[in-house]
Design a protein around this ligand. Structure first.
Ligand code: NDP
Length: 289
């Protein structure tokens, strides 16, 4: 019998994509199981997504992650999408089954798993979310599915914020309100969960969402989606007020863990994936000893 050199291809399409760390997380998991998967980081420019999706079909890719600017634009090139991804209107993970391409969104699931890991119960609680972009949509739909009673969407562009608020009110049981973000935002007293789902702090770590941090109710749960720092300035301000903080790095690991499980059917080695990512940032994962 000859050797089998054929690889199972997965990866990420995005632009820019050069600093996307998903390869670190996913390849660590494939290598842990010694399975012949290869994760590719591929720059696909916005107008070329159609050809890229045809290409991944032709090359028999097992799946693909989508990042900026493709999460919404990919929908027409898929055969089927999950109910949640359809509500969110965006897909970050594609998998192939019997030649058909299926779309799922694991961003909000990664966020929820991070909370679950910290034994945070969201049913019956009230959340305030800064931002109304792709990640804010994914997180708010998952929070609504998990039984959160109220979500306040805070955004600097009225149209985008109102659209997400309407989506939540129309398609979920959660009551949503929109607050136009003008000047310094005061956190409502009854907030249980406060989330930065903007991109503030991603490119410039010194940037801080314009919030009156002294208005943060103590001991509430505060989350950041920024995936390239252990503790953002936003989380540091929350920690100073004795809030419980959850970072975007762990969320990134969990959304990647869900993609791994969808593609391989194996249980994701979450600690291996987290440690591989934390190595990039020179720290140990908080999940492992
Ligand atoms: P989008 O561009 O879709 O949304 C960004 C949001 O941030 C928009 O609501 C935008 O407002 C708001 N925003 C940007 N700059 C400002 C500002 N100066 N003041 C107030 N609001 C601002 O991006 P995504 O939702 O896709 O991604 C958001 C962040 O989440 C990124 O940094 C990304 O890296 C991170 N991310 C993290 C993941 C994880 O697993 N941890 C997974 C995926 C993404 P508007 O558009 O209305 O102007």
């Amino acid at each position: 019998m000859g050797n089998n050199y054929q690889e199972k291809l997965v990866g990420v399409f995005g632009d820019p994509v050069d600093e996307n760390p998903s390869v670190v997380i996913e390849q660590a998991a494939f290598d842990y199981y010694k399975i012949p998967y290869r994760y590719l980081t591929v720059q696909v420019k916005e107008p070329e997504l159609k050809q890229a999706m045809e290409g991944m079909r032709a090359m028999n890719f097992s799946g693909i992650n989508l990042t900026m600017p493709h999460k919404q634009n990919v929908l027409p090139y898929l055969d089927e999408i999950s109910h949640t991804a359809a509500i969110i209107g965006a897909v970050n993970t594609v998998y192939r089954k019997k030649g058909r391409l299926y779309g799922e969104n694991t961003d909000g699931k990664g966020f929820m798993q991070n909370l679950k890991n910290g034994s945070v119960e969201v049913a019956g609680k009230k959340a305030v979310i800064l931002g109304a972009g792709g990640v804010a949509r994914a997180i708010s739909v998952e929070l609504a599915k998990a039984g959160i009673v109220k979500i306040v969407i805070v955004n600097i562009v009225r149209e985008q914020g109102e659209e997400l608020t309407k989506l939540l009110n129309d398609k979920t049981k959660t009551k949503a309100e929109f607050v136009f973000w003008e000047g310094t935002f005061l956190v409502p007293e009854d907030t249980d969960l406060f989330v930065n789902a903007t991109s503030i702090g991603f490119e410039n770590a010194n940037e801080l969402p314009d919030v009156d941090y002294d208005s943060l109710p103590p001991k509430i749960v505060v989350c950041d989606v920024i995936p390239n720092q252990v503790s953002t300035r936003f989380l540091k301000e929350a920690e100073k007020r004795n809030c419980r903080v959850f970072n975007g790095l762990q969320m990134l690991v969990y959304q990647g863990a869900f993609a791994f499980e969808i593609w391989t059917g194996l249980e994701a080695p979450v600690d291996v994936m987290a440690n591989a990512l934390m190595d990039v940032y020179g720290v140990k994962s908080s999940r492992s000893a």
